[in-house]
Design a protein around this ligand. Sequence first.
Ligand SMILES: Cc1cc2nc3c(=O)[nH]c(=O)nc-3n(C[C@H](O)[C@H](O)[C@H](O)COP(=O)(O)OP(=O)(O)OC[C@H]3O[C@@H](n4cnc5c(N)ncnc54)[C@H](O)[C@@H]3O)c2cc1C
Length: 370
Amino acid sequence: MSEIIETEVLVIGAGIAGAGVAAALADTHRVIVLERESQPGYHSTGRSAAIFIPNYGNDVIRGLNRASAPMFHNRDTGFFPEPLLTLRGSLTVADENSVEVCEKFIRNGIGVESISIDSAISMVPILSRDYVKAAAYQPDAQDIDVNALHQGWLRKASTLGVQLFTNTEVTSAKRVAGGWIVETPEKVFSAGIVINATGAWADLTAAMFGVKPLGLTPLRRSIAVLPAPEGHDTRNWPLVDDINEAWYLKPDGGRMFVSPADEIPVEPHDAYVDDMILAEGLYRFEQAVTVPVNRVERSWAGLRTFAPDRTPVAGFDATVDGFFWLAGQGGYGIQTAPALSALAAALIRGRAPDPTVEPLLSLLSPARFT
Ligand SMILES: Cc1cc2nc3c(=O)[nH]c(=O)nc-3n(C[C@H](O)[C@H](O)[C@H](O)COP(=O)(O)OP(=O)(O)OC[C@H]3O[C@@H](n4cnc5c(N)ncnc54)[C@H](O)[C@@H]3O)c2cc1C
């Protein structure tokens, strides 16, 4: 048997969740991160739409969004030299059947403004006047530099002594006195605490540790990259989404990312686009604009993994000692990562979490499913 590499905390998965919690814990704990792929961020973290919308998600997510904002705005410039957020704005449009839904969204949202159809079309001139019958605007939606956030956390973790092993897939684990023995094809690790930050694989990982899965479901979402429509400069357009989440458009570097906003339940895997789902989504998008979709430059798909109540899971397992869940971040895992990383680190240190997140503890705890 190979030599056992010992640590206090073993993080499995080096996406945004694993990187964030490793960086947050590194000044008080010896931490090792294991990642199956050859590079961190290969799965959901590297495939997101990279947007921060404070008003996006259920009440718990919104609480996490609020708690995450200060880290984004007052970043540690030693590890994050460039700004992590850039103002984008978010425009929501509704067709004739959804005007009331849009009005309700404006009434109930915080920081959601009602804007005229003329203003919406002047912001994004390809929107069809025949389609748009109501609109709402959120000026504070921002683009996230996901790579800068992820690499900054990995750099911070490494500077503080965290070891990252790539090409290292956890394949089995057993409980021993005071912790875990965790096996990978080439190395064996021991740790007092294991953090499950394996994204779409989180339920499978739990089962490997003899922990009851929580019913997490990976939902596939795809994105097509389209050239800017002829005669239009898309760079300063806001993100545009349909009030019923039938599609969304995000400008990116002079191109357009258009997503069918698909949510197809799948097994965890290296996600790829279903051409039919993409074509149907692009058709829905075409109904809302005045330009045809003539060319898709490229496309990709990723997995957004949700708990049954569409709220993340952060906390120690209710029945098995030393097993910490950091999973189920769904479509909000980048924008909520600062608050979730800080919360996970506080719980593992046995300290009180940030007072703004404290009221959310029981709603995030895996114990809510037992
Ligand atoms: C199309 C799309 C758009 C999105 N848009 C946004 C957005 O605009 N804003 C936002 O905030 N969020 C967005 N999200 C959601 C966000 O990307 C995810 O919530 C987040 O990336 C999840 O991070 P993670 O670290 O949990 O998972 P991942 O990034 O998937 O990381 C999990 C890691 O665990 C590793 N792993 C799994 N099993 C093992 C094992 N046995 N041993 C070792 N390693 C293992 C995997 O290889 C993987 O690298 C979007 C997602 C998608 C797909």
